[in-house]
Design a protein around this ligand. Structure first.
Ligand code: CUO
Length: 695
């Protein structure tokens, strides 16, 4: 709560700010009694803090309190890595609390929040703890800055209980003169930006403790999650009569798209800088950020990555070959290109994607002569607002596809499931016509009071407008002719039926536009089976209420099993953005369903002896039957986020079966199908009406 307000510490009866340094709290020392009445007597909860050995915060404190903080800037990463190590290294939760309180008034609020969040997510003793929504702590990263004046007014003048929600305007960043502005509801969506911030929180690319970074297939997931973002963005462009996004592959070319965020940082009290149209990347020389890099450095890294892809191997720091094969290759490449500390050779392959963010975010002030900070591309909580994000990631994805195109296409046996055939597929929206999906606008309220420093307490709601769809159900008919019970993984994707000119699509283009809607395991009885699955159960998304965590009353009870589920799981595509907006006359799409052989999909965990022992008592299973248990581990948005502390719950390559080119003779989706797959024509229809969510 309240990123900039001081932590109020009291000892005995008198308030003390036993902080010798010159910080916020010094100012209040002479008036400690009054301050006590504001923060102390009215405090609902008092938390005892232990006396601790003072941690060495010299490195974390080297970032000024009012600076912007970016994980893409190497110097900031090192600073954050140090603070994460401090938080990870203390022995007990009580000690962590004391260290956190001590650090809280000394270090930059963004840095503090990020480092503590990473530590809380990764410490075994704090994993079940709730993290408040990042949008509530730092609403300035998500909301039009004009809203804050109104929120202050409302909170200061109107008593709690009678306050009205402040409506965030729908069209505040640009006008219809700018065609890119048609995508505002996607780029500026609260849930999408929260997902992206959360993804990078769960998958940091640097930390002193390697285990924090070294998660199962994290490089591949970096590729896949962002590939899907670009595919989803392209479907959204089709829903607005715009062509596919043009990759930013010529780093010397001016960036045609401008972006004016209209947001102010409440921490730095500065506006997020805009980028004017046709801005070029320039060599960076910013003393303050310890960045001295040329555009040609980026180009060199890129060329070496391409070279590794065409050779089929990377070269590690000792000169050994690291194969970029069809099993681990994409994972190695993901870590190499992002880059993370798992990159085989950061000196050779550099830090291409991250520094691309930095070059773009500093293109307005490359040598710091105007003393400006980075633009929205420099922060994972804001980057997806900018049209150039998608151009940059379309290029990154294009490089990944260069590798994928070199792998041999899936053969018919790689794709089929003997004895299992899909005989029918239908999607039915609630109260609507089959195979016609419906979207519309909805308004929802979010409490922003947590992030409002020096403002009277109590809820203040902001009202967002976002896309929504009528929930729907898939009905899938499956024949199991094998004569025995079988297990299968159902994989559901949606893609456009035609290209920008209304022509039917070739598989090689369409596969890049297939968005995953769901993936789940089913048991198939011999004979006919009917599978029903609701859109709200999607393995891609988190439930609507988890994105909009404003309804305190609807939260699960503290300490309950539901709360544990509710908590960790901020990562996940927002359910209200599951399908694209579509067109008023209907966007023509193809819904693809595949049932693959679960025997080849399932993941077995390698258990330690102790875990096996525990498992025995829990399930009375034999060792050979032990499969990965997912219950209670926050698995409901696993497709793009993985599962906490577990292996990625699907052994196939991410994006299977669309991650590779098609075999000879299957140049169109219809020819690609084996009997365990099916497609159905679906139309996505948008109705331009606004529904108010009854909260
Ligand atoms: Cu998520 Cu470029 O990695 O933003």
């Amino acid at each position: 709560d309240r990123p900039n307000e001081p932590v109020f510490m009291e000892k005995g009866k008198a308030a003390v700010f036993d902080v010798p340094d010159k910080f916020l709290t010094d100012r209040y020392r002479p008036i400690s009694t009054e301050v006590q009445s504001r923060f102390g007597e009215k405090a609902e909860q008092r938390i005892p803090v232990r006396d601790i050995a003072i941690p060495d915060l010299r490195i974390p404190m080297s970032l000024p309190r009012d600076a912007q903080f970016s994980l893409f800037i190497p110097a900031h990463r090192r600073i954050a890595g140090r603070l994460i190590d401090i938080f990870m290294g203390v022995r007990s939760v009580e000690d962590l609390q004391s260290v956190a309180v001590y650090a809280r008034d000394r270090v930059n609020p963004y840095l503090f929040n990020y480092s503590l969040s990473v530590a809380l997510l990764h410490r075994p003793d704090t994993k079940g703890l709730d993290l408040p929504s990042f949008a509530q702590n730092f609403p300035d990263k998500f909301v039009d800055s004009q809203v804050f004046r109104q929120i202050r007014e409302e909170a200061t003048v109107v008593p709690e209980g009678s306050r009205m929600p402040i409506t965030i305007p729908r069209d505040y960043t640009a006008s219809d003169l700018e065609p890119e502005h048609r995508l505002w509801y996607f780029r500026e969506d609260l849930g999408i930006n929260l997902h992206h911030w959360h993804w990078h929180l769960v998958y940091p690319f640097e930390a002193g403790n390697r285990d924090v970074v070294n998660k199962d297939r994290r490089g591949e997931l970096f590729y896949y999650m962002h590939q899907q973002v670009v595919a989803r963005y392209n479907l959204e462009r089709f829903s607005n009569n715009l062509a596919r996004v043009v990759r930013f592959n010529n780093l010397r070319e001016p960036i045609a798209e401008g972006y004016f965020p209209k947001m102010d940082s409440l921490v730095s009290s500065r506006a997020w800088p805009p980028r004017f149209e046709d801005t070029k990347l320039s060599d960076l020389n910013r003393e303050l950020d310890q960045i001295n890099l040329d555009v040609s450095d980026l180009e060199r890294w890129r060329d070496r990555i391409f070279e590794a892809i065409s050779q089929g191997f990377a070269t590690d720091e000792s000169g050994n070959q690291v194969p970029l094969d069809d099993v681990r290759g994409i994972d190695v490449l993901g870590n190499m290109m992002e880059s993370s500390i798992l990159s085989p050779n950061r000196r050779l392959y550099g830090d291409f994607h991250n520094m691309g963010h930095v070059f773009i975010s500093y293109s307005h002030d490359p040598d710091h002569r105007h003393l400006e900070s980075f633009g929205v591309m420099g922060d994972s909580a804001t980057a997806m607002r900018d049209p150039v994000f998608y151009r940059w990631h379309a290029y990154i994805d294009d490089i990944f596809q260069e590798h994928k195109a070199r792998l041999s296409p899936y053969s018919v046996p790689d794709l089929s499931y003997d004895g299992v055939s899909v005989t029918g597929v239908q999607v039915s929206p609630e109260g609507g016509r089959p195979n016609v999906l419906q979207t519309f606008w909805q308004q929802s309220d979010v409490d922003l009071s947590r992030g409002m420093d020096f403002v009277p307490r109590g809820n203040v709601f902001a009202r967002f407008t976002h896309l929504q769809h009528t929930p729907f159900t898939y009905t899938i008919n499956v024949n199991n002719d094998s004569g025995a019970q079988r297990f299968g993984t159902v994989r559901i994707f949606l893609g456009p039926k035609t290209d920008e000119r209304g022509q039917g699509m070739l598989f090689k283009d369409q596969r890049l536009l297939m968005i995953e809607l769901d993936k789940f395991v089913v048991s198939l009885n011999p004979g006919q089976n009917t599978i029903r699955r609701r859109s709200t159960e999607s393995s891609v998304t988190i439930p609507f209420d988890r994105t909009f965590r404003n309804l305190e009353a609807s939260r699960p009870a503290a300490g309950s099993a539901e709360e544990l589920e509710f908590n960790f799981c901020g990562c996940g595509w927002p359910n209200h953005m599951l399908i694209p907006k579509g067109l008023p006359e209907g966007l023509r799409c193809e819904l693809f369903v595949m049932i693959s052989n679960y025997d080849q999909d399932r993941v077995r965990e390698i258990y330690t002896f102790k875990q096996v022992h525990k498992q025995f008592f829990l399930n009375f299973n034999t060792l050979s039957q032990i499969e990965q248990q997912l219950v209670g581990s926050c698995s409901d948005a696993a497709s793009y986020c993985g599962v906490r502390d577990r292996l990625y719950p699907d052994r196939r390559a991410m994006g299977y079966p669309f991650d590779r080119l098609s075999r000879v003779g299957a140049d169109r989706l219809i020819n690609f199908l084996t009997p365990n797959m099916s497609i159905v024509d679906v139309v996505v229809r948008h109705e331009n009406r606004v529904a108010l969510r009854n909260s």
